[in-house]
Design a protein around this ligand. Sequence first.
Ligand SMILES: [Zn+2]
Length: 224
Amino acid sequence: MCFICGERLLTPYAAHDQRSELQCGLCNRAKPPFAQAVTYGSYEGALRELIQLLKYQHIRPAAAVLGGMLSEAISKLGCVADTGRMLVIPVPLHRRKLSERGFNHSELIAEAALKREPGRRLSMDTSVLKRRRETQSQTGLTRHQRRENVRGAFLVEKSPVVAGRSALLVDDVFTTGTTVSECARTLLRAGASKVFVATVARTLKLEAQTIQIIRNVRTMAAAG
Ligand SMILES: [Zn+2]
């Protein structure tokens, strides 16, 4: 596994930094703005269904189970981050999306995880980071398009709250990391000392690429 982004290292290629931690080719070429991303499991099967149950069918009790998983993911940060003092920030939804859904799923998951972490004294703040514009779904976009799609989409409203502190961004799924990277850049610009990322699930890049190829083939077939 890549120490920074958590991607499974499928190829023998692996670079070492000074601490001899394994990195994937992508993180080695362009270091992500976050220090480390941890996750609970693969975005597939029952875990995928559970996330979709919460997000799309609004079955709120699913958040408690997902929160337990997130809490396990957070514990993987243990040795590198001072998890006792981190500011937990769920990836914000645009206010229109929020009123449509009625809740921010990442916030519910983070809240459930924090209930299981009394010893760590993690504190959540949902007023620091805002999504200032709506973004189209990242599904089916290339890495470059994803980056463009979220560029400048976030805004820190309370810089003094994040200044000099480590932040832990929470999201449901880590796909290519574009959204959390943009959030991390925004927080770092506002003075955060380090940004970590915890998600419940992640898709493998190889899997994402396969989906992209299938979509391209379908588009080509539809266009005749
Ligand atoms: Zn990586």
